[in-house]
Design a protein around this ligand. Structure first.
Ligand SMILES: Nc1ncnc2c1ncn2[C@@H]1O[C@H](COP(=O)(O)OP(=O)(O)OP(=O)(O)O)[C@@H](O)[C@H]1O
Ligand SMILES: [Mg+2]
Length: 255
């Protein structure tokens, strides 16, 4: 059975796209068939794989706009067991274009349901904010994964996101559940970072994943080479962090 996870946090720059890329590669390394869907008009995930963002004929936009466009026609094999549905700039108009559909928040879910391609994992990357594209991700998924930057200011928006998850669950997608939250850009030597993590553990208990993703400038360099950290620096602590987090996610539950 396919597990569909949406990576969401309305705050920008917390590591959503980086996490989708690295978790996707980590799951593919584990032999899983993985699909990544880029729902962000900025196309950060698409660009990180070296796909030319300006030369995309079919993207996540075609998938959610047109019933006759199938997943098979929009996805691009990346390498091994990994495939990507790229974003394109026209996603920026989705808010307006989707207004004509009564099922506007369900468009992605419906197109995934129509597809028969077997995947073990689908990861959906969402833009910052809680607009219609993020809503499509939350409705299409069964589980939400929340990256939280290990910084006090970044923690403050997490409550609002939890409220949104509850609202989406009760109104749009009853099968949605919180898979968990994980810390990104963690600085092991910073007392501030440690405090934030300890507070997150207090508040979210076992829902806060054990593995933290460290901060390192190399993480910003890897996409320049079109690579995940697992490929760019396979032994780097961030690569290990994402592998270990992928294992926690694959296990489904934390103790
Ligand atoms: N662990 C890390 N250490 C250092 N830099 C990181 C780390 N994770 C992500 N970054 C960098 O931080 C920036 C934001 O990361 P990313 O694009 O993944 O966030 P995002 O949540 O997807 O942002 P947006 O909301 O704009 O889509 C990028 O330049 C990325 O390379
Ligand atoms: Mg992003």
């Amino acid at each position: 059975m396919t597990r569909t996870l949406v990576i969401a946090n309305q705050k920008g720059g917390v590591g959503k796209s980086t996490s989708v890329m690295n978790l996707g590669v980590a799951m593919a390394e584990r032999g899983m068939r993985v699909l990544l869907i880029d729902m962000d008009p900025q196309g950060g995930l698409t660009a990180a794989f070296g796909v030319d963002y300006y030369d995309i004929r079919r993207s996540a936009f075609s998938l959610i706009m047109y019933n006759h466009v199938s997943l098979a026609r929009v996805l691009r094999p990346i390498r091994g067991k990994l495939a990507l549905v790229p974003a394109s700039i026209d996603l920026a108009a989705a808010e307006i274009e989707l207004a004509k559909y009564a099922d506007r928040a369900h468009r992605l879910r419906l197109s995934l349901q129509r597809s028969r391609i077997p995947f073990d994992f689908i990861f959906i990357d969402t833009p910052p904010g809680l607009g219609i594209l993020t809503a499509n991700g939350l409705v299409a998924a069964d589980e939400v994964l929340v990256p939280v930057q290990c910084h006090y200011l970044a923690m403050r928006g997490v409550r609002a996101l939890m409220d949104t998850v509850v609202r989406v669950k009760s109104k749009l997608n009853p099968s949605l559940r919180l898979a968990g939250l994980f810390g990104t850009m963690y600085r092991p030597n910073s007392p501030h970072s440690q405090e934030v993590v300890s507070e997150l553990r207090d508040v979210f208990g076992p829902k806060f994943y054990k593995n933290l993703i460290n901060y390192d400038d190399a993480v910003a360099e890897a996409p320049v080479a079109g690579l995940s950290m697992l490929e760019y620096m396979p032994r780097h602590p961030v690569a290990h962090g994402y592998r270990a987090l992928a294992e926690e996610i694959a296990r489904g539950r934390q103790e």
